[in-house]
Structures are given as structure tokens and as C-alpha cells.
Ligand binder design. Structure first.
Ligand code: XMP
Length: 621
């Protein structure tokens, strides 16, 4: 594959683990080229790779239909590293045996290097590591007989072949998870493998030049000439204001020129205060003026009138968005027949998550890969300049293209925008007995006053999503202590009624909540926009923006007086949104933000969400 984009890179063959991205992105952070390909990629297509890593996976190698690579990879003469399932599959494919482990190992495990004649050779990935160290194991099967030519490199108490190798053929198998931080020296082992492979260096700058050439090729070099089949197409792109679409749009402008690119930004009425202007301003210094703004907020508010159910709201927002987009593109004559194609800001994890490689568990269908788009992709009518980049690389590219730091590094913001942060309800919702049956709500401290909020919110407990109540705690000085944070774990754990615990930062004592029916409309969106913009400005002023991963601000349909509503502050720390910890805000900051929010006409109570995820989700809906 001389024209292969994967030449001299380390290829991760995806055997079904969720960790393939972690490994590929780590190798790129080392400064080397790495891509993920489906498990059954033909060996012939991999002959120019610098090295191959067989990923982990949840199945057993002896199960029928379990993922397998092409055994031809072992004859290519390039280094291969099998991890966990990949280690077992390698052993079996080369004539060894894999069986259910007598003692299954999960969690931290001590391993010891084994003395043998091959262990001192340079290619031993563990050669420069201590004699014993602690690793993270997670396996029910194990290699019980090595393939011929292999030796054991390390063992644990219950797993003899915790690491194996055939130094001469540069084949390595490791049972433990080198990609997780709990494994001591995991990164050193990966680095040793990478050094052995000597892959092509990787840099975002270098890659951007390559993408530019690819975009020109895909879209066609020359602008279309009328009448005949167009020699080069023009690109229409939806810009949301998020990092990915903004960077993709900027790159397309730079590569193709403004006359061949048109962007559309739909004002849904659910965006943050001043967001549209900020996006326009960011493009101005770059000379990008081809972004059409479609004001459609009234249309969204009308479609959402009387809608209270979170998933229904999401569906309506999504559908209205598509309808507006279609109308605008028809009106502007942006048709395929007229030589237009679609640009998207899809990034690397989005292409893999959807079964872009066969064995990755299908977590969600990404909106960039719905059926209609897939069909257009087959016809070569979609261009995705960022499809092989990770988020941090997209950000770096954005800065290199001259986009402002604040925009490129902004915190994640959900697609439906403020639509999922206005908690909509027609009537109050309280647990049957006020939640009292759950043992003083889990709190044993009689000093701590509590109040059950008359709303339900989404949480995640056990295997599934829950729809439960929130309990507010009160403190004389209106600031949270370790005790409050502790209760935010123990109360949901011991209760089937509550999934969230808050601290009231506006009141020292419980009050009788007065409910106001609430839905998405101009008035509620403006209320939330005002509160959200206060929080955003204060967070930046206090230099907390980069420390907090995401900071939802939520509007609740009740207040302490008639017609009033409440605001919830939900700052969290996270790396991937799968789990999250409540971020502990400085007390002075909390007091100041609360005071400012209380000055908004229509808001008369403020709460701080103390809940981790699990049991609470990041968003309230
Ligand atoms: P949860 O609330 O499930 O959120 O803990 C996890 C991450 O997903 C974001 N989120 C969404 N993003 N459309 C999106 O594009 C949605 O409907 C949506 N709901 C939640 C949320 O902001 C967090 O980063």
C-alpha cells in the first residue's frame, strides 16, 4: 500500500476494547503516527506499517465468532504487541493455548520479571524496568501454553504468562493493561515498543498540510465551470460555534478560498448570551465573512411550546434544526446538482464510536453518521477535514489557524444548548411521603437542615438512568463543607428517592418552595442566559475556566416567592464526561456569584450541586 495514509505508523487493530483510542492518542502524544483500523484488516494492507498493536476486548478467543486479526501479520517482519485479549489471540493464533483462568484477576496485581536467556536483549519491552512492579489486570482467561519460540517475560501469583515474547520475531504479548494509569511503567512499556518500531513522527502542523492536499483532492482542485460536470465542488457547512465545526470551517476557508465555502449558523434561541456575535468576531480577523446567520429562535420556541419531557425536547430541537437547515440551503440554492457538497467537523473518536471499526461497542450513533450522511459519503459528497484528529489536536490546529484561544479551548456545551438546562415542568413533583421514609434522607446530623426540591432530575445509578428527586442542604454561612460533600455521596447511595444533593447558597434556612410552571420560551431562555453569562464572566475573572471541565447552569421551576425561579450551579471536573466529580469552588467566589445572580429579576434562590457522577449525571436532564 504505497499510497496508504498509514505508512510507517503504528496501527492499532481494534479487537473490541474501549481503549484503542487511549493507546493511539498516547502514541501521538509521544510524537509518533498512530491510527486505528478494524481487526480483520488484511495483512497485505499493513505491510508498510511500522508496528501493530492488537487491542484488548471483552470476548474469549475460543468463543465462536470472536474478533480475530489476519494471522498473516506475524509474517510481515514488523513488531507486533498484543494487549490483554490481543495477547491471548496472538498466543492462540501462533499455536499456544488459552483457557479460563483458575483464578481470575481483576484490579491491582503484583508481577515479577522472569529470569531467562532472552530477557536481557534490547527488544525485551520490560528490560529497563524494576524486577517487580504493580499492574492493572482484568481477565477471566489466560495463556496456559506458550506458542513455540516464545518465552515468559513476567508472571503474577496467579498468571504465569503475564508477559511473553519472541524476541527474534519481535512479537510481544502482555496480559495486563499498560494503557491505564494504575499500571506502573505502563507508558514506559508502550514507549519501548514505539521506539522499537521507529514510526514516522507526528505533528498537527505536518498533518494539516497533508489534510489540505486531501481536501483539495476530495473537493476538486478547480472551481466548477458552469454547464458541464463540475471539476471542483463548493462546500456547505453547518457551524455550531463548537470547537470542531469552527476549526473545520476555518480550515476549509483557508484551503479552498471563501468563494467555494459557505457556512450556516442557526440561532436556535438556545445559545448563550452574545455567542453569535463572539463567533462572528472570531472569524473577522481571519477575513472569513461567508457565515450566514439564520435567526430562527421564534420557530424553536413555537415548536417547544407545552413540551416538558427532556427526550421529546431533544427530538424537537433536532428536527427543527434539520428543517431550518434544509430551508436555508434550498433558498440559497446550495444543491448537490449545483456542485455543492457537505462539510462536517467530525473528529476521530466520532468515526470509531459508531462502529466505524466493526468491534467497538456501538455506544451511540453520532449525528454526523446518520443514514442520509452515510449515503452521501459513499457518493463522495462529504468532506471531513478533521476526521483523523483527536480533540486536543483539533484545538492545537485551531490556534495555528489563528482562532482565539478562548473559543478554541471552550468548555463542552451540549448540542441542544440551553434547551436541556431549563428544567421544564407543568406541576410540582414531590416524593409520596416527602422522602422521609428513606431514613432522615440519609443524613444523621440533626444540625443540617434539609429541603426536598419539588422537581425530578436525571441521574445514573446502577446500570441505568434514574429519574429522581434532589435534596437541598442548608448551612448558616451558606458555604459547603466536607460533611456536605460526604452527604452528597451517602444520601443517594442509601436512598431510592434522591439522586442529587445540593447546598443552598442564597438561604441559610429552608423555605417553602413556590412552583411556577416552566417551559422553553423567550422569557425562560433569557433568564437562564443572564445567569449563565454572570457565571461565565466570573469564572473567567477568577481564572477558574481552565480548572473546571464543564459548568452547567440550570434553571429550576420554583423559587422562594410567587413567580420566582431558582438557579443551580453545577461545576464539575472530568476527563471524558463518563464520570465526574463535583468541583469545589472557592467560598468567596460562590458568595459573589450568588449575590450577582440574585440581582436578576425573576431569580430568588441559588443552589450548588454537590453530586458526583454517578449518581448524578452532569446535566439535569
Ligand atoms: P450527562 O448529563 O449524561 O452528560 O452526564 C455527559 C456529557 O454529554 C453532554 N450532553 C449532551 N451533548 N447533546 C449533546 O450534544 C445532548 O443531548 C446532551 N446531553 C448531555 C453533557 O453536556 C456532558 O458533557
Amino acid at each position: 500500500m504505497s499510497s496508504s495514509p498509514h505508512r510507517r505508523s503504528i496501527i492499532i487493530l481494534d479487537l473490541g476494547g474501549q481503549y484503542a483510542h487511549l493507546i493511539a492518542s498516547r502514541i501521538r502524544r509521544f510524537g509518533f503516527t498512530s491510527f486505528i483500523l478494524p481487526a480483520d484488516t488484511k495483512a497485505e494492507l499493513l505491510k508498510d506499517a511500522a508496528g501493530i498493536i492488537l487491542s484488548g476486548g471483552p470476548q474469549s478467543v475460543y468463543e465462536k465468532g470472536s474478533p480475530a486479526a489476519d494471522p498473516g501479520i506475524f509474517s510481515l517482519g514488523i513488531p507486533v504487541l498484543g494487549l490483554c485479549y490481543g495477547h491471548q489471540w496472538m498466543a492462540q493464533a501462533l499455536g499456544g493455548t488459552v483457557s479460563p483462568a483458575v483464578v481470575k484477576e481483576y484490579g491491582p496485581t503484583d508481577i515479577k520479571k522472569v529470569k531467562n536467556e532472552q530477557r536481557r536483549v534490547n527488544s525485551n519491552l520490560l528490560a529497563d524496568l524494576p524486577e517487580g512492579f504493580r499492574v492493572w489486570m482484568s481477565h477471566g482467561d489466560e495463556v496456559t501454553k506458550l506458542p513455540s519460540g516464545f518465552v515468559t517475560v513476567a508472571s503474577s501469583k496467579d498468571c504465569i504468562h503475564a508477559a511473553m515474547m519472541n524476541a527474534e520475531r519481535k512479537l510481544f504479548g502482555i496480559q495486563f493493561h499498560i494503557e491505564v494509569t494504575h499500571t506502573q511503567y505502563g507508558m514506559e512499556i508502550l514507549r519501548n515498543f514505539v521506539d522499537l518500531c521507529q514510526p514516522e513522527p507526528w505533528s498537527v502542523t505536518g498533518y494539516a498540510a497533508k489534510i489540505s492536499e486531501e481536501v483539495k483532492r476530495e473537493v476538486g482542485d478547480q472551481p466548477s465551470s458552469s454547464g458541464l460536470r463540475p471539476a471542483g465542488r463548493k462546500v456547505f457547512m453547518l457551524v455550531s460555534g463548537g470547537v470542531d465545526s469552527t476549526v473545520a470551517f476555518t480550515l476549509l476557508n483557508k484551503v479552498l478560498g471563501a468563494e467555494r465555502v459557505t457556512g450556516l449558523l442557526v440561532d436556535t434561541g438556545l445559545m448563550r448570551k452574545g455567542e453569535i456575535t463572539a463567533i462572528q468576531k472570531a472569524f473577522e480577523p481571519l477575513g472569513i465573512h461567508n457565515l450566514h446567520i439564520e435567526e430562527a429562535s421564534e420557530r424553536f420556541y413555537a415548536a417547544l411550546e407545552g413540551v416538558y419531557e427532556p427526550e421529546k425536547k431533544r427530538e424537537i430541537i433536532g428536527n427543527t434544526f434539520l428543517a431550518v437547515q434544509k430551508e436555508v440551503s434550498d433558498r440559497m440554492g446550495l444543491k448537490i446538482e449545483e456542485g455543492w457538497m457537505l462539510g462536517q467537523g467530525t473528529i476521530y473518536p466520532d468515526t470509531i464510536e459508531t462502529g466505524g471499526t466493526k468491534h467497538a461497542d456501538k455506544i451511540k450513533t453520532h449525528h454526523n453518521r446518520v443514514e442520509l450522511i452515510q449515503k452521501m459519503m459513499e457518493q463522495g459528497l462529504v468532506v471531513e477535514p478533521l476526521k483523523e484528529l483527536y480533540k486536543d489536536e483539533v484545538r492545537q490546529l485551531g490556534e495555528e489557524l489563528g482562532l482565539p484561544h478562548d473559543l478554541v479551548w471552550r468548555q463542552p456545551f451540549p448540542g441542544p444548548g440551553l434547551g436541556v438546562r431549563i428544567l421544564c415542568a407543568q406541576e410540582p413533583s414531590l416524593p409520596k411521603d416527602g422522602g422521609m421514609s428513606s431514613g432522615k434522607r440519609g443524613s444523621t446530623d440533626p444540625q443540617i437542615a434539609e429541603m426536598v426540591l419539588p422537581v425530578l432530575s436525571v441521574g445514573v445509578q446502577g446500570d441505568g438512568r434514574t429519574y429522581r428527586h434532589a435534596l437541598a442542604l442548608f448551612a448558616d454561612d451558606k458555604t459547603p463543607t466536607d460533611t456536605h460533600y460526604g452527604l452528597a455521596t451517602s444520601i443517594p447511595n442509601g436512598s431510592r428517592v434522591f439522586s442529587r444533593v445540593l447546598l443552598c447558597t442564597s438561604h441559610a434556612k429552608p423555605f417553602d418552595p413556590v412552583f411556577t410552571p416552566t417551559m422553553i420560551e423567550q422569557k425562560t431562555a433569557d433568564l437562564l442566559r443572564d445567569a449563565d453569562s454572570i457565571v461565565d464572566a466570573e469564572v473567567r475573572k477568577a481564572e477558574l475556566y481552565d480548572k473546571i471541565w464543564q459548568f452547567p447552569v440550570v434553571l429550576l421551576p420554583f423559587g422562594s416567592q410567587a413567580g420566582g425561579r431558582s438557579i443551580v450551579l453545577r461545576p464539575i471536573e472530568s476527563t471524558d464526561a463518563m464520570t465526574a466529580a463535583a468541583y469545589r469552588l472557592p467560598h468567596a467566589f460562590l458568595r459573589q456569584v450568588t449575590e450577582k445572580i440574585l440581582q436578576i429579576d425573576g431569580i430568588d434562590a441559588v443552589f450548588l450541586d454537590l453530586t458526583n457522577k454517578p449518581p448524578g449525571t452532569i446535566e439535569w436532564e
